[in-house]
Design a binder for this molecule. Structure first.
Ligand code: OGA
Ligand code: NI
Length: 386
């Protein structure tokens, strides 16, 4: 009698084997293959200065940049409810958003427990067998909703990443997502993500209030559009170890198409930010969140805050996990700078646009680096680009 093949073996057809970064990671580690499939190898000019991040390289970079590093803003002082301290924190954030587009926050109100839970559940997800994770594969027409790790075979310059993402707002998608992966819908997983999303969203609202105050605008100028009908989207980014780390990249250079991104990274360096034509590594700080200005906030602040290009390197020996939360106003909301930010007899730097229009533009390929232009450049008033 023929014995049924074990499921894992049936999956090991050539296309599937080479179709998922996790599998390739394991095959490289165990020397079943000794070179990276070509589509994961990025051309030199796209990944110049690519080197696996470690504490030594961070120290060297700091020296090169005369000890310049991504600003760290300590929120501890907010507890005293002193207006002076609040204004000082707001000024620090403003400066960071003008000069770097990035900062780290420490001593936030996000409970440690919430972060421990979401991290543990994310790690648990990425330790599932590939075929179980793939039950949550992004549905057609809904990119970035669900699991991604099996990349389009035809693309070159494929990023070395597995991710899981879903909306938190306007409609939370985590329960439907979890039902695809686990028969019982894994309530513990759903709770961890919901608690995390709620806490981080609150942190985002606070940061947007402080940023509005720093511009002498009403406190709720930005945050009022993050309360209902707005978009909140979480994503776990998982970068398996890659024995050929210096040939590939976790996420290529990009700017975030949102208003504000809040990210927690584990203790493995990887995220790098453009500053003075150099890539600066964001040093992992325990308990910190990395905050960055997205394209919408750059336009919304009339070009005062900058949405800055960043990328993610992968590590030769260690996997890396980051958990991101992306915040945007409602899809049909008109993003336009407050009149107070526009000089007399001047126009705003950017045209008025909605995030729906903007995402349409990015999907049409006029985006992040593809033609050497950023998405936001198409929204500048003087632009002549078709
Ligand atoms: C992103 C991003 C950085 C990281 O998800 O847009 O830039 O460290 N992630 O994973
Ligand atoms: Ni990003």
């Amino acid at each position: 009698m023929a014995v049924a093949e074990p499921a894992a073996f049936q999956l090991a057809t050539p296309t599937r084997v080479y179709d998922n970064v996790r599998m390739i990671s394991e095959q490289l580690r165990s020397c079943k293959i000794n070179s990276l499939p070509e589509r994961y190898i990025w051309p030199k000019e796209r990944v110049e200065n690519l080197k696996p991040g470690n504490h030594e390289t961070i120290a060297k970079e700091k020296e090169e940049l005369q000890n310049l590093s991504i600003p760290v803003v300590d929120l501890a002082g907010l507890e005293n409810r002193s207006e002076e301290v609040r204004a000082k924190i707001a000024r620090e954030m403003r400066k960071a958003c003008e000069e770097w587009g990035f900062f780290q926050v420490i001593n936030t109100a996000v409970p440690t427990m919430v972060m421990e839970q979401v991290n543990a559940n994310a790690r648990e997800f990425f330790s599932l067998p590939v075929e179980q994770m793939e039950k949550a594969t992004e549905p057609p027409g809904k990119p970035l909703q669900g699991y991604g790790g099996r990349h389009n075979f035809l693309n070159s310059e494929v990023p070395w990443i597995e991710f899981l993402g879903e909306h938190h707002a306007p409609v939370p998608g985590v329960e439907d997502l979890a039902k695809k992966v686990w028969e019982d819908g894994n309530p513990k997983f759903c709770k961890a993500i919901t608690d995390y999303s709620n806490s981080v969203e609150q942190l985002g609202v606070l940061i947007l209030e402080l940023l509005a105050e720093s511009l002498d605008l009403p406190k709720d100028t930005y945050s009022q559009h993050m309360q209902t009908g707005h978009h909140g989207y979480w994503r776990f980014n998982y970068y398996p170890a890659c024995a050929k780390a210096s040939q590939t990249i976790g996420i290529g250079p990009h700017c975030d198409p949102d208003a504000l991104t809040i990210l927690s990274q584990d203790q493995i360096p990887g995220l790098q930010v453009q500053k003075a034509n150099k890539w600066v590594t964001v040093e992992p700080l325990p308990g910190a969140f990395v905050v960055n200005v997205g394209d919408y906030l750059q336009a919304w602040s009339n070009d005062i805050f900058k949405s800055v290009e960043h990328r993610v390197l992968v590590n030769e020996e260690t996997d890396r996990l980051s958990i991101a939360f992306f915040m945007s106003p409602p899809r049909m909301f008109n993003i336009e700078a407050h009149p107070k930010l526009i000089g007399e007899n001047e126009e705003s730097v950017f045209k008025t646009f909605t995030s729906r229009e903007y995402l349409g533009l990015l999907l049409n390929n006029k985006s992040n680096g593809d033609v050497g232009k950023r998405g936001l450049d198409y929204m500048r008033r003087e632009t002549t680009v078709a």
